[in-house]
Design a protein around this ligand. Structure first.
Ligand SMILES: Cc1cc2nc3c(=O)[nH]c(=O)nc-3n(C[C@H](O)[C@H](O)[C@H](O)COP(=O)(O)O)c2cc1C
Length: 200
């Protein structure tokens, strides 16, 4: 079974810095033999969590929108790559809504004690990657990293690697970075070959 890579493009700016990096990562992953797919948060209908606690009963969200489809893809993926810029030291609202909806997975994992099945490729633990950029020269990614770590862990994905770039603001700025595109490509190949690296 080939490794499946799910990329989540979290910026509302299509073709912007983080989506460009995500695309490079996915091309690298394909070159190493993976099946890849990409969901674009800003194109989906995903509302925020209603905090109704409805999922505490059976782990199912009472809101029916595109999140159910995203969730099925998250569970089937071996590698989950979330690419999103810093917005006010955290993530854009479109992808944050998706993350908040993972509350139903929190209920399944911690309240109902229902473990996720292994992926179709046989991995019990998934691999998580966070790609981000910020316009400040030395932005703090701490808030976003913490959010992404929490989200990935609910889907049994280890926080395996991150690519975080400061001083990247205008559309296309990442293409002038001396190493970023190659780093994203290489990381995509290494993720799929299931290489071990020192986790961040
Ligand atoms: C609403 C908004 C909030 C932002 N907040 C931050 C921030 O807190 N820190 C930062 O370094 N850059 C911030 N930026 C700049 C973006 O993170 C930066 O331009 C990024 O490279 C955009 O990536 P993208 O092209 O993938 O959307 C913000 C931009 C916008 C539009």
């Amino acid at each position: 079974m080939t490794v499946r890579v799910l990329g989540i493009a979290g910026s509302p700016r299509r073709g912007g810095n983080t989506e460009t990096l995500l695309d490079r990562f996915l091309i690298g992953a394909q070159s190493a033999g993976a099946t890849t797919e990409k969901v674009v948060a800003s194109r989906l209908q995903v509302t925020g969590c209603a905090a109704c606690d409805g999922c505490w009963e059976d782990g199912q969200c009472i809101i029916h929108d595109d999140y159910q489809d995203v969730q099925a893809r998250l569970i089937a993926a071996d590698v989950i790559v979330l690419a999103a810029p810093l917005f006010f030291w955290n993530l854009p609202a479109q992808v944050k809504a998706m993350i908040d909806r993972a509350q139903c997975q929190w209920a399944r994992k911690f309240l109902l004690k229902r473990p996720l099945p292994p992926t179709p490729a046989g991995h019990a633990r998934r691999r998580g990657v966070f790609i981000s950029s910020g316009g400040e020269d030395h932005p703090t990614f701490d808030g976003a990293v913490r959010t992404v770590r929490g989200f990935l862990s609910l889907y049994e994905a280890d926080y395996w690697a991150e690519l975080l770039y400061g001083g990247i603001d205008a559309r296309g700025a990442i293409e002038k970075h001396p190493t970023a595109l190659q780093e994203a490509f290489t990381l995509g190949t290494r993720a799929v070959r299931w290489e071990n690296i020192t986790p961040p």
